[in-house]
Write a protein that binds this ligand. Structure first.
Ligand code: ADP
Ligand code: MG
Length: 393
């Protein structure tokens, strides 16, 4: 209720000394599992010269001195050339729930500081902490709800949208960071200005952090490691894991890459490319959400239905899994993306009905949704693809 939101806003403004002099909360703009985000006016906007010095702000920010925080010091948060930008009049105040672990909060802020100044990534202005409550201040970015515009997008519109998203991914990945939660609500896009920014590094991590060798990175051990059997029968998996595998599975259902579902222990930045591919598939097929699985097993079934059991088994094998399924809807060779797009947009089965632009988009889609992460296109290569070059020059 709005009463409840008002109370929360009052409480937040009272948590931080001097908050009311700096910001005026306007409204709640987002509420997720890990945070609540408010739009606010920067009250000191007029008293500055309309620019802010990010490094000066960063210096003022002291990492919370909780003992459970990783030992990396606040010093690593400075150091770059100060990017000067226009000081924004409106900001997004992201209140991170106290139930999030301190290391998780620290991780999100640290990665955001590392990525400040990157193309198409929403920069952090500053952050403060009062005991266990942390807020991050970001420039407010005007955007529309994905569900309101994706059905109207032409193929060139899709190319412009994805160019912005892949520019963000190129920056993030060149810092060896995996975003892990690429989906429409984390890519704020303004169809009017045709600009977008990537937000929400709450699940992001550095590549190679918490990694154990997986067969997908070492062909020779692949056979030896193939001891995990996944049986899918009527939706119930029987997975004999000897020993049980632990892998990062963070992300949003429907957007998880196959290697995440197969519990690959050596995940790379390619997981974000798959998720970006799912966004494109959603737009091309005009269906949101495209994948609707409740859990990882259902997600495997959905992907297997498209790709067919044969290719899915090969994909499982890459990560040392044996996949067995007796579900009748999963055929041996699956369906083509062309067929899926034609069918879901109520056209015939004749591929001639696809426009040249759509064919180009589908070619790009196949490169993003390659079941094998090592063969999947990188963000850098994607930006060179003819589809993302569309409309340039
Ligand atoms: P969560 O971890 O809770 O998902 P996000 O960082 O994704 O938090 O933010 C949640 C929502 O708040 C976003 O989907 C978006 O609608 C809004 N939001 C976040 N950052 C901004 C921003 N800088 N400008 C405008 N809206 C934002
Ligand atoms: Mg989010």
């Amino acid at each position: 209720t709005s009463r409840h939101i008002q109370d929360d806003m009052e409480r937040l403004q009272d948590t931080f000394a001097g908050f009311r002099h700096k910001y005026r909360l306007i409204k709640r703009i987002g509420e997720g599992t890990f945070s609540t985000v408010y739009k606010a006016e920067d009250l000191q906007y007029d008293s500055y010269d309309n620019s802010w010095d990010l490094d000066r702000e960063v210096e003022k920010w002291t990492p919370p001195p909780l003992r459970s925080f990783p030992s990396r010091s606040g010093a690593s948060l400075g150091g770059h050339a100060p990017p000067r930008r226009r000081r924004p009049k409106y900001v997004a105040v992201k209140k991170i729930y106290v139930t999030s672990s301190p290391s998780r909060i620290y991780n999100e802020l640290e990665l955001l500081f590392d990525l400040r100044g990157c193309e198409s990534v929403c920069p952090i202005i500053t952050a403060f902490r009062a005991t266990d409550q942390v807020v991050a201040i970001l420039p407010y970015f005007r955007h529309a709800d994905f569900r309101e515009y994706f059905r109207e997008m032409t193929v060139p519109d899709m190319a412009i949208y994805l160019r912005s998203l892949f520019a963000a991914l190129r920056s993030v990945h060149s810092h060896n960071i995996l975003h892990r939660d690429i989906k429409p609500t984390n890519f704020l896009y303004d169809p009017a200005s045709r600009q977008g920014v990537l937000v929400d590094f709450g699940l992001a991590e550095r590549e190679g952090y918490d990694c154990k060798p997986c067969a997908c990175h070492d062909q020779r051990t692949r056979e030896a490691l193939r001891h995990r059997k996944i049986q899918i029968e009527g939706g119930y998996p029987r997975e004999d894991t000897r020993p049980a595998r632990r892998a990062n599975r963070a992300g949003t259902r429907g957007f998880r890459a196959p290697e995440v579902l197969f519990k690959c222990t050596e995940q790379t930045t390619k997981i974000d490319i798959w998720s970006a591919g799912v966004i494109l598939l959603t737009i091309l097929s005009r269906r949101f959400p495209f994948f609707n699985s409740a859990d990882d097993v259902e997600a495997m079934v959905e992907i297997a239905t498209i790709f067919g059991s044969r290719r899915m088994q090969v994909a499982a094998g890459l990560h040392g899994c044996m996949l067995e399924t007796s579900i009748p809807t999963i055929g041996k060779s699956g369906f083509s993306f062309e067929g899926i797009v034609l069918w879901s947009t109520s056209r015939g089965t004749d591929k001639e009905e696809l426009s040249d632009d759509e064919r180009l988009a589908l070619d790009f889609l196949k490169r993003c949704m390659d079941l094998d992460p090592s063969r999947r296109i990188s963000a850098e290569q994607a930006l060179q693809h003819e589809f993302l070059q569309m409309g340039l020059e």
